[in-house]
Write a new protein. Structure first.
Length: 370
């Protein structure tokens, strides 16, 4: 009993200590950010403040100073070292597994957001079909969906279980080719996601790339003449993922941080020897738009390997659902060099997230008429 009481007292003391550090940080942060306020507010466009990205940018401009950054980092490090807490955006599962809070969040208006995004994709698919361009949407499942065995005390809300199935059903009904990658990644070994990162391993990435290439082949949209790719080399790599950085503890000594991931890093070589009558190298017939998943673990090179086709990279880190699509469809590459097929990679967690003003406006006319 005495031991249990002592343990409870110690945990209580640690919590109060961390709370004191946080309150001191907030007070100092407010004082330090006063000089930032006039400039940040003057540069803010009030019409954009209902956009979540714009609000986050304004908040960061208001509160970010060297002092506040240092205090916030020290507070996060203290919370981790004293309480094992990683903040509001990162959660701990079992055995060193870390998970993103966004994947566990049930958003207000989630069903309407998902329907609006499905309607936008259907509109884009029709506009592309009129230009003889095919579209394949590939949905990347949440890490918390696939790695449920490592969630520990974390729980996914029941409302989240059907969201990929329901969203892909809406695209199926609109006759938009769509691929649910959870069927490809679930139950595979080794695990398809990294422990300390939101993204997939090379194993998961290669499985996904093969599934996408197989679907493109069934759609009969790949070039008849293959462009060969080979895995030229492969080496092991050890590093900590983006969730350690997001938790604000990446500056701690290695021994005080979560254990790093071990994965493979492959080098894929593509030999493009196709030329036209004027000696110009052939342009890619496949365009990839999407999020940071498209840029991680060699997904694009693996897609070139699996499809034996050239793939142009128009994905966007932090693009969530529509960032890359908005930029690509408004740019000269789409207007001047349209591909045969577009692969649109979409993270599950972005399907039901709030729709900001910029995305809402784009949805009204996602592709300009010719």
């Amino acid at each position: 009993m005495a031991t249990a009481r002592s343990s409870r007292r110690l945990r209580g003391l640690l919590r109060w200590t961390t709370a004191g550090v946080l309150l001191a940080s907030l007070g100092a942060a407010f004082i330090a950010t006063l000089p930032n306020m006039p400039g940040a507010l003057a540069g803010a466009d009030a019409s954009l403040l209902d956009d979540a990205t714009a609000r986050r940018a304004l908040t960061k401009a208001l509160v970010t100073t060297p002092l506040t950054e240092t205090l916030a980092r020290r507070q996060r490090e203290a919370s981790w070292l004293l309480l094992g807490d990683l903040g509001a955006e990162v959660h701990r599962g079992d055995d060193g597994w870390l998970f993103l809070d966004d994947e566990l969040r049930v958003h207000p208006g989630r069903a309407a957001n998902a329907r609006d995004r499905a309607a936008a994709v259907a509109q884009i698919s029709r506009a592309l079909a009129a230009r003889r361009i095919a579209l394949l949407v590939a949905v990347v499942p949440d890490k918390t969906r696939i790695e449920t065995a490592h969630l520990g005390r974390l729980r996914r809300a029941p409302e989240l279980e059907a969201r990929v199935r329901e969203w892909t059903a809406m695209l199926d009904a609109a006759k938009v080719p769509v691929l649910d990658l959870s069927r490809t990644l679930a139950g595979t070994s080794p695990t398809p996601f990294l422990k300390t990162d939101t993204h997939w391993t090379e194993h998961g990435s290669q499985l996904a790339a093969q599934a996408v290439a197989d679907r493109l082949r069934r759609m009969q949209v790949l070039d008849a003449t293959p462009v060969p790719s080979v895995v030229a080399s492969r080496k092991p790599v050890t590093e900590r993922g983006d969730l350690v950085h997001l938790a604000g503890i990446d500056s701690l000594p290695p021994s005080l941080k979560p254990a790093p991931d071990t994965d493979w890093q492959s080098t894929v070589e593509t030999r493009n020897e196709s030329t036209d009558l004027f000696g110009n190298t052939a342009l890619p017939s496949v365009v990839l738009i999407g999020s940071s998943f498209s840029h991680r673990a060699n997904f694009l090179p693996f897609l070139q390997l699996a499809s034996q086709s050239l793939v142009a990279d128009f994905a966007m880190n932090g693009g969530d659902f529509s960032g890359a699509a908005r930029r690509y469809f408004a740019g000269p590459a789409f207007a001047d060099n349209p591909p045969r097929v577009i692969v649109w990679e979409v993270p599950e967690r972005a399907l039901e997230s709030p729709i900001g003003q910029a995305e809402r406006q784009w949805m009204r006319q996602p592709i300009s008429p010719r």
